[in-house]
Design a protein around this ligand. Structure first.
Ligand code: APR
Length: 311
């Protein structure tokens, strides 16, 4: 039997994720939105591309959670996207309500699913989803680090004129301006980038990575990034549904790891069929640890703004 994957939100990110999940034949996709006709139209368009690509996953658009019942995976993208000049944190109260309502409905009919959170501000919305679902932390994980690392990899490849395939990037912390790209763990063909370019270029790449989401928002003027986020979601979905035990940077709820408890923050996570199998702890320098804890603290401040009723 095929897996069923629910994608909530048929906006730019949701449709891109749904299309790529179907293209990878990870299962049959159900795309849900409040707008009538939009998920149906986008799902049909995606499915009509299947003869060209040659994939056999179905894509169904709907406005009803009944159609999503017994999903193995729930991808939550519904919410408002950032507008120019709006920080991810400004979105907080608007998206909190949306996440709470959608996650309650979706998990009621798919109680065994793994949830991939995408709605921003990401780390805080993960906590809203964890509380609203009542799921264990292993089954509520956020997509951010893959996207941030992909951006850093793209900038490294541009700087050095090498294949993106040779690049590896390591980004820790919250999905926001306080994220912590780690240069000494970021490599080209296994060589740390600190040995391949001057410090000021490394610093410029780190800065551009931190502001990567905002750079796209500024250019687009309406809406935010979706190609890279949509594919990052598909990579996480593949690692989970194919039980790959793949280590990817994700937002995870820490319970003592890295000396932090009770908050979501980006760390390397091993993903498999049950969701998060383990959190990988790496040694940090004093400076890196301070930046990481500072980033976790800014997430915690946001989490403390979640009303007790949420969950
Ligand atoms: N239930 C279902 N769908 C909803 C709801 C709801 N309660 N509220 C809003 N939506 C839908 C909208 O109708 C819209 O189709 O969520 C979709 C959001 O789509 P876009 O505005 O295109 O936003 P997108 O670019 O996809 O970003 C979605 O992902 O990366 C994050 O910051 C981004 O939080 C944002 C999210």
């Amino acid at each position: 039997m095929r897996n069923k994957i629910t994608v909530i939100g048929a906006g730019h990110v949701g449709e891109t994720a749904a299309f790529n999940i179907a293209r990878l034949e990870l299962g049959d996709v159900v795309l849900v939105d409040i707008l009538e006709g939009v998920p149906q139209g986008k799902a049909l368009d995606s499915f009509e591309s299947s003869p060209i690509f040659g994939f056999d996953s179905t894509v169904l658009g709907t406005n009803s959670y009944e159609d999503t019942a017994d999903s193995a995976l729930i991808v939550m993208t519904a919410g408002l996207a950032r507008k120019p000049g709006m920080s991810r944190d400004d979105l907080f109260y608007k998206n909190l309500e949306i996440v709470e309502a959608c996650i309650r409905e979706a998990t009621e009919v798919s109680p065994d699913a793994v949830i991939i959170m995408v709605t921003n501000p990401l780390d805080a919305m993960c906590e809203v989803a964890r509380r609203a679902s009542g799921f264990p932390r292993e089954r509520v994980i956020g997509m951010a680090g893959i996207l941030d690392s992909a951006r850093m990899r793209a900038f490294i490849a541009m700087e050095l004129g090498v294949s993106v395939e040779n690049t590896h990037a390591f980004v820790l912390g919250g999905h926001g301006d306080s994220m912590v790209p780690l240069a000494r763990y970021s490599t080209v063909a296994g060589i740390p980038i600190t040995k391949l370019m001057p410090h000021d270029r490394v610093d410029a790449i780190i800065e551009r990575t931190r502001k990567g989401g905002g750079e796209i928002v500024k250019l687009l003027k309406t809406g935010s990034a979706y190609y890279a986020p949509g594919l990052a979601i598909a990579e996480m979905a593949e690692a989970i549904l194919k039980d790959k035990h793949k280590i990817l940077p994700c937002a995870a709820y820490l319970e003592g790891e890295y000396g932090i408890s009770g908050t979501y923050v980006g760390v390397p996570v091993q993903l498999g069929r049950r969701g998060m199998e383990k959190i990988v702890e790496i040694a940090l320098t004093d400076e890196e640890r301070a930046a990481f804890h500072n980033s976790a603290e800014s997430v915690r401040e946001l989490i403390e703004m979640i009303p007790v009723a949420a969950g």
